[in-house]
Design a protein around this ligand. Sequence first.
Ligand code: NAD
Ligand code: IPM
Ligand code: MN
Length: 352
Amino acid sequence: MKIAVFAGDGIGAEVVAEAVRVLEVLDLPGMELIEGDVGGAAWRKHGHPLPQQTIDIAHAADAILFGSVGDFDCDHLERALRPEQAILGLRKELTLFANLRPATVFKGLEDLTSLRPEVAREIDLLIVRELNGDVYFGEKGTRTLEDGRRQGWDMMSYAEDEVRRIAHVAFRAAQGRSGKLCSVDKANVLETSQLWRDVVIEVAAEYPDVELSHMYVDNAAMQLVKNPGQFDVVVTGNLFGDILSDQASMCVGSIGLLASASLGETQTQYGTKGLYEPIHGSAPDIAGQGKANPMAQILSAAMMLRHSFGLEDQAVRIEAAVASALADGIKGGDLGGSAGTRAIGDAVVSRL
Ligand code: NAD
Ligand code: IPM
Ligand code: MN
């Protein structure tokens, strides 16, 4: 069981250290951790945010545990050298096109979200975010127009096969949950979204047991705070999924709680190869202070055991330990508590 560990920048190393402790406590036979450099840290050391040796480690691994990348000191670099290219590059290089971002309210946190408790209590949803296409990976550039004005552009597009494969992931996820799928787009304005909607409807014919609905993304943002309980599985494009998942995190309490799995179609001897990371970034404002909530990272490790290693029981054990710590009032500053990164890690480890 080869696990690549790419901690990255800012709080990445702090939260990854706690997730690694959790994995080590489980004492899984044959588990091997291989560290690699990504992001600003890799750029400083190797001159590139995603060096070839890191790509090689990623290819050789069965799963990747990823922290976060991003360093405001690198914002002046040309785009190809910016820390974020590490995560974008890995998603593309490994064809990890399906990003699963679950959001549920933990017991005891109902009063601590940005919503009223009776609204928050209903949340149990899964955002299935497409991860290899959209405006993220289209042609982009800047230029100076003839009249001297500067212009920037990013091309938004989806090819039908890209939509079809993520739709299948979402329909199958809906079958495993409550059988409801909501596709979020902007088909009233964007051609990309109209094609998205048409293809999702075509794929729906293969899943008569799933109830499909469609929603425009602006309405979805509103409904997510008005009545989040109406959503079960949400499938959407790369950009909309990025934004809606950060929003969903505050609906359940904190961005420090939301884990993710990025999957493709590569099967290893253990399960589906994947990359696992919290949805949050490197949080430069709290980095180096031991304040970051490592739960999203720890829950990402649980998703890794589930999807990449078929260790459902161990995944459930970790999730139960996190839930128990929260129920016992172990909370970081992000949830109005005072527990630091290490103390939260200790609380989870002791419950295992
Ligand atoms: P961010 O997610 O890093 O932080 C947003 C806010 O949430 C900050 O106030 C931060 O302190 C807080 N926060 C985030 N994670 C937390 C945690 N675990 N515990 C407690 N508080 C937490 O987003 P940002 O500030 O917009 O971006 C910072 C950098 O991270 C940028 O360079 C950005 O590109 C990068 N980024 C990387 C990833 C990734 O690696 N996948 C994801 C998002 C942002
Ligand atoms: C995320 C992040 C990334 C994204 C950035 C850092 C490239 O915000 O994983 O949510 O936009 O996908
Ligand atoms: Mn994001």
